[in-house]
Design a protein around this ligand. Sequence first.
Ligand code: ZN
Ligand code: ZN
Length: 320
Amino acid sequence: MLVRFWGTRGSLPVAQKPDAIRRKLVRALVAAGGRHFADEQDAGTFVDQELDFATNGTYGGATTCIEIEAGDGDFIICDMGSGLREFGISALARCAKGHPRSYHVFMSHLHWDHIMGFPFFAPTFDPAARIVIHSGHADAEQALRRQQEEISFPVPFDWFRAKIEFVTLMPGTTYDIAGLQVDVMEQHHSHCSFGYRFTDGAGKTVIFSTDSEHKIEKMEGEADVAHFFRDADLVICDTMYSLADSVSMKEDWGHSSNIVAIDICHEATARRLALFHHEPIYSDEDMLRMHRESIRYEELTRREHPLEVLCAYDGLEVRL
Ligand SMILES: [Zn+2]
Ligand SMILES: [Zn+2]
């Protein structure tokens, strides 16, 4: 199973501004300390091996879109944030080489940052494509059509050429879709959201749980979150706020913290956690700091099983 992140930012897409690029260049030059590089390859090795990720890279700014390569070979996508646009370009290139033109999309919920990529998803104009949109919400089609009404967008939904289907999933039910076992959990969020547990034939499991205000106490009316996350190989979890923010001014805003996510993953004996749905005002330096603090917190609170803490970025690939 391969998990590829096309969009990791929460709420709103963001771009790197000139002052952020300048800070990276200044830090790189200071780190080089006047060193001489024989050629670009030599300089590239220095950049890759001696600079931190906030300096030699960026966490990126597209909103939620994740691809899972597993199952029977159809495309599997979680959410249609602005990252979906770039995924669509990649998918068409792969279809040109013979990849099946079948797409299974699993929607956490219908907030704008999770659907805004759909009008820019090139495969919708492929007449040979079949796009199945699975959602816990019965109003998913309404949400997608509404964002393409004339008042909001120039291209109406009905102009799409692909065969587009909507399937409503029930939380607490186990499905077999595209060669994967799929479990659905209802989550605490405005208009509610849904988490997904995907298990492939080899028993590898990835959890997609974004836009959910996980509280330490048990979720009402739903199976315990830790049980849903149990023994997962990768948990992709909404960690939008620091713990201080999430328990003070941003309580009930519908998002979780890195600390709560680590606590639940420890409880669940999960193997990896990807911090996800990053706050748009956080710089790359802020993100790197939060990632390091999260790793430190995991070490301090670890029980028997270590939990690897990743910080998702646009372009990250995780093989399970
Ligand atoms: Zn969101
Ligand atoms: Zn939301």
